[in-house]
Design a protein around this ligand. Sequence first.
Ligand SMILES: [Zn+2]
Length: 231
Amino acid sequence: MTESLENNNKFTIKYYKEFLTLAKDQGYLFVTLRDFLKKGCPSKGHVVLRHDLDLKPQTMQKMLDVENELGINSSIFVRITGNAYNFLSYPVLHMIRKAELDGHEIGLHTSCVEFGQINKVDPLKILSLECDLLSKFVNLEGIAPHRDLNYAYNSLPYIEKNWDEIQKLGVSYHAYQKQIEDACVYVNEGFNPHLCWRKYAPEEVIPTGNSMCILTHNHWWYDVHPFEEWR
Ligand SMILES: [Zn+2]
């Protein structure tokens, strides 16, 4: 018989629900990034919940279930190119389209510079392809660059430098625009050396009433342990 240890995973679905409920009870309004920009990026009382769908797309549904139960919306950025998962696989596409029907916003999580470097092609060509494909299935307006933890290709400087061209692809915003960053306390996961909040925990910011952009990665959030999807 193995001794039962206390679960040391802070990033549980239960905790996710707890801090979202706390923010909701405090009177925070949850808006998608598109709506946050349309409202002029208010610096008080708003939460933008952002998901970067990097890995294990099948585990995001638990977080969406919590949001749907609480009646709040998030902005989900999905990858089209890269090796992580196939956006066009039946369950992933189904989940994303259902999420949009439930009121969540879908954007593109692009690694166009990485793809361009590895395949020796123009990043704008890849970005154009990604936007075309994603907009066939969802109402695409926003993009957020992906950056892999273990190597350095970052698409953000490219996106900022080529923003005029990129807007012609039908994109109206990117997630790191200055007016978003200026208006929000940025809450996201980090490592020190293990998984933690990078700077602030949501429950530390909530009492201030300041607007927050909470960026999470579903593959780090689970009920009990990271392999439970195989139960
Ligand atoms: Zn990413």
